[in-house]
Design a protein around this ligand. Sequence first.
Ligand SMILES: [Zn+2]
Length: 496
Amino acid sequence: MNNSNFRRALLAAVWLCLPLAIFAQSGDTGIRSVVLLIPDGMSVDGVALARWYQGGAPLAMDALACGLVRTYSADAPIADSAPAATAMASGYKSHTGYIGVLPDVADMPGQRPILKGEEQRPVATVLEAARLAGKTTGLIATSEIMHATPAAFASHDPRRKNYDALSEQMLHNRIDVLFGGGRKFFQPPAELAAFKPAAVQKVIGLFAPEALAYDFDRDPDGFFLMVEGSKVDWAAHANDPVGIVSDIQAFEAAVAEALAFAEKDGRTAVIAVSDHGNSGLTSGDRSTSSTCDKQTLAFFLDPLKKARRTGEGLESLLAADRANATQVLADYYGIADLSAEEMKAIKEAKPGTLNSVVGPMIAARAHLGFTTFGHTGEDVVLYAYDPTGNRPEGQVENSDLALIMARYLGVRLWRTTERLFLEASSAFKARGATVSADRTDPNNPVLVVRKGGAEVRLPQNKSYALVGGKSVALEGVTVFNGQRWYVGQQAVDLIR
Ligand SMILES: [Zn+2]
């Protein structure tokens, strides 16, 4: 390594290391497993509404409320799911659309600038670190599984829409359990032999080549599991209060399950936290400006109680020409007073957008306010359970959560980044090797490393190397971020 390379590496090490060191207290925390639950785009008034909707008694998650989380990105006060999940997974705030990589600039107040050459560098996630520590890992989402939030725990690419790269990396990251939607994005489907939901919405999960281990002998090292209630966010984008409330209820059931497991297990921590607010949902809108405190619970709830489908579910009940709209809205939404203007909007709604047309109609009748169809910049509630009584409290950054979880799991994120994601050209140059990219197959680029007569081929997004034509398993994936290639120490060590 020459002098300037060494200085760069050292600076990068210090830059990445400092914040992580603060949390990297060694010693057994008494915790071995973490369940992270993310209700995407859930705002606090949505929770209040869901609580009233199911009778008013405290929710399981209410008992876990212990702080606030700041959700902003490295360069913007309102986060997108990709940088928000990246922050929670890796400990680094990032940029809109960026999955598991550093931002180009970090110019929000208090952020440390990104060093030259570190832009879009892949950074290790708690899932990757947990897996290297021998823990079982899992990702569950109600969106397609390579959607931004789950993807940010097991893949690295500055384009959240780059589903091919994200799904390939997720498969090659050897995650034990992957449950979610998105089958049509996996080609060929044979790649998912161990995860093959049939057309009738049944799920087959085959988690071992032969029999499963005895429970008594199973995962002595614990696990990391991320569960996303993905579509709270989608309903909020549509301003559909029925979708929001019903998906928060489903999320609440998942929190209750996780909590029951953790209480029984005694060594599992549970964290539930939204990645950002969405839609500015409020109980009360401009029509209740002067009467807000005089309205009854029924005034707000009855219109929601009449609904028997979300806006999305309603669409599947409508005829293609929407001729049965009056009947369907009466039967499934209890709306018998559709205006001519509303009917016109329903008839003209493009396929797949009906939730954002009927959502606001029911919201108006329930006197619920929405300020935007986009995300919002508010702090979100931190819900946490720690069986040892040391749960995080007060206000934290979303990026702190990665460090808190890493401490629970006894793993070091910074060390994992240095183990999995080295800039390939300087790392191999230091070994006297040359690198080039083979793009003969444009869908499967390969980093080619040569030294003397030896050649090592490292296919992009995959976790193996080809050495003399033979496949060698790697512990992490090879990443190309559009500018630079990143490989693990293990790959570098293939060149002597
Ligand atoms: Zn989100």
